[in-house]
Design a protein around this ligand. Sequence first.
Ligand SMILES: *Cc1c(COP(=O)(O)O)cnc(C)c1O
Length: 402
Amino acid sequence: MTDRSREPLAIDGGSPIRDDYLIFGSPDLREPEIAEVTDVLRSGWIGTGPRVHRFESDFASYVGAPHAVALGSCTAGLHLSLIALGVRPGDEVIVPSMTFAATANSVCHVGATPVLVDCDRDTHNIDPEAVRAAITERTKVIVPVHFAGRAAEMDALLALAKEHDLRILEDAAHATETIYRGRKVGTIGDCTAFSFYVTKNVVTGEGGMVTTEDEEVAAWIKVAGLHGMSKDAWKRYSDDGFRHYQIGFPGFKYNMTDIQAALGIHQLARVEECWKKREQLWKTYMEAFRDLPVFLPAPVPTGDKHAYHLFILVLDTDRLRMSRDEVQQALHRENIGTGIHYRGVHLHPYYAERFGYEPESIPNTHYISERTISLPFSSKLAESDVRDVVDGVRKVLLAAEK
Ligand SMILES: *Cc1c(COP(=O)(O)O)cnc(C)c1O
């Protein structure tokens, strides 16, 4: 067999590694959820109903949390959790800059100020020392993100929260399967928000879930996510007869529907099976790229379980003749789709202009923002897809090596 990784790059006129385009982040949807969605459509009850309740209780038992509230997105979960945890306009919330914008946007939705802090360069997780330095009298909540599926330094963050009387809201959009020192993510902070967006480990199209130990918080989030209507108002058109509802406060329209939950129930039932596939894929990539001019993901501490949501290479650009964007473009021309997770929030115009962040003011985040690239990492990938990613990445990075 010829070594495809030594052939000319497609970007230089060579033939691409594959003929069809391998998209980044393809959902692994199978027949049971397709059948369940069809059942929902035939049942005539396509709004919030019994399947949402079933998905909530399945998710609560998977995580080991007493309460789980399904919502239309993780962003909705972050927004409502912040309010439930007492954040009000003018308060400050500490958020890593190395995250998806929704983590910080949700703080703005409350009218509070997101205070963006740096991450560790190896783990990409929020740096507890940077958090400590950012705490002021107006700080109410810390929002760690379990980056790529790797647990954040929760012991240090919990200690800071206790010392300064702060709440912790975990952004677990990457972290459905994550365990921190033997404790399941979703049972550690005051609230945890999960995402079931199309690229995430459990997919409902759009969707999210908040878990919490606090019954009142859970009940408030549920009501706030459906107009502020009195409890169980979703049943108002059921065969029990029409019921009047009461509006206690102007809530939001953040509910999940049974169509989404029908996907979630079966996706969740396979969550560990898909995780095992990605664990294998992780090992394959770690082995395949060890001699390249890149920084591979750091090892996982004992007692922790990585959710293996994203497989990220940080390009060692000192040893490359291409920038990250050029590498991404070269892979694109090889018909390999990739992602960027992320360009730091502080680099985006709204945050830079409104709060006056300079790129270098959050140095590790800036460093990673310019070098990070995420490879296709879905449990849906066939062996031939994985071979194409390996050969394509090797081809581009060997050609670009100084
Ligand atoms: C995907 C994502 C979100 C937002 O999730 P939605 O369900 O799309 O609202 C928030 N935070 C992080 C870190 C994410 O990756």
